[in-house]
Design a protein around this ligand. Structure first.
Ligand code: HEC
Length: 285
């Protein structure tokens, strides 16, 4: 890209990004559908050559060399083991004889695209990971570690059975749902840590650019391939693990796994990817 083209793109990105940030909006004018349109339009304008459904492939959608590398990895997917393990855990009876299938609609198969969802009974956002631990608690079992291992395996299996289904996250007309959405949106745009970066600094303004050896995934569709295998982790990680890692990247202290802020943040980000297909589990370098 020529310096002039780059400067133009940067100027465009800054103006467009400023328009997306929530400070620009009145508190009583929460309009998730309008936000979604603006958010997706921003990425489609910034990356006109990337086919819309391709954003779910994160860094691979941004860079031809990495795409090649990814196609090679997908020949022998490193997450296969987690999917198998998750399938076995899904079938294994709890102490009371029930299984995960008893906790979810459609026995938990092909439903990933509906999470996170707002629970009108409790007024809380329920992510898939949170729902897995709620299920365990309801059946007298110990919760899984939110970051990896069994949690990554069960959610990998659930994502795998949902591949290609279209994300359809709802923000119902309930003030508590809208508040959760707004809290998630603020968490995405808020600056934090010693580096004073927000999620949007890296995954919106600088999407597709390199930071050290890594190419920054675009925030559009960024939840679609979770959970993911990462070579740098030497294994699988959940959404919670990824959030905690990104908090550490900016030298902020990671938040409580399963806590409200992470769940609301995931609600906002997954909603922004509505219309895109489930692509998890993913594999990353
Ligand atoms: C300093 C830059 C930086 C900031 C700020 C940052 N991240 Fe990241 N994030 C990364 C890097 C580097 C990766 C790994 C490369 C990639 O996939 O983008 C990553 C990956 C991710 C991924 C996985 C994407 C994929 O397809 O593999 C998610 C999800 C994510 N970040 C969410 C967040 C959230 C939410 C925040 C705000 C709490 C955040 N990030 C803040 C640098 C950052």
């Amino acid at each position: 890209m020529s310096p002039l083209a780059f400067a133009r793109r940067l100027a465009f990105a800054l103006v467009a990004a400023a328009a997306l940030a929530p400070a620009a909006k009145a508190a009583d004018a929460v309009d998730p559908a309008a936000d979604l349109k603006a958010f997706q339009a921003y990425f489609h304008a910034a990356f006109p050559k990337v086919p819309p459904a391709d954003f779910v492939n994160g860094p691979y959608s941004m860079n031809a060399d990495m795409r090649k590398q990814w196609q090679d990895i997908e020949q022998f997917p490193p997450y296969d083991f987690a999917v198998e393990n998750g399938k076995a855990l899904f079938a294994k009876p709890f102490k009371d004889g029930k299984t995960f299938a008893d906790c979810f609609p459609d026995k938990g198969v092909g439903i990933r695209q509906h999470y996170p969802q707002f629970d009108a009974k409790t007024g809380e956002v329920v992510t898939l990971e949170y729902a897995v631990n709620q299920c365990l608690a309801a059946h007298g079992e110990k919760p899984f570690n939110y970051l990896k291992d069994d949690m990554a395996a069960v959610t990998a299996y659930m994502a795998f059975t949902s591949r290609g289904k279209i994300f359809d996250i709802k923000v119902p007309d309930d003030p508590r749902a809208k508040e959760a959405y707004v809290r998630g949106e603020r968490a995405f745009y808020a600056r934090r840590g010693q580096l004073n970066f927000s999620c949007s600094t890296c995954h919106l303004q600088n999407a597709g650019k390199r930071i050290r050896a890594e190419v920054l995934a675009p925030a559009l569709g960024i939840m679609a391939a979770m959970p993911i295998y990462r070579s740098t982790w030497g294994g699988m990680g959940t959404v919670t693990r990824r959030f905690a890692t990104c908090f550490s990247q900016v030298r902020a202290t990671p938040l409580k796994p399963g806590g409200r802020t992470y769940r609301d943040l995931e609600y906002f980000l997954t909603y922004m990817g509505n219309g895109l297909p489930v692509a998890g589990p993913g594999a990353r370098p």
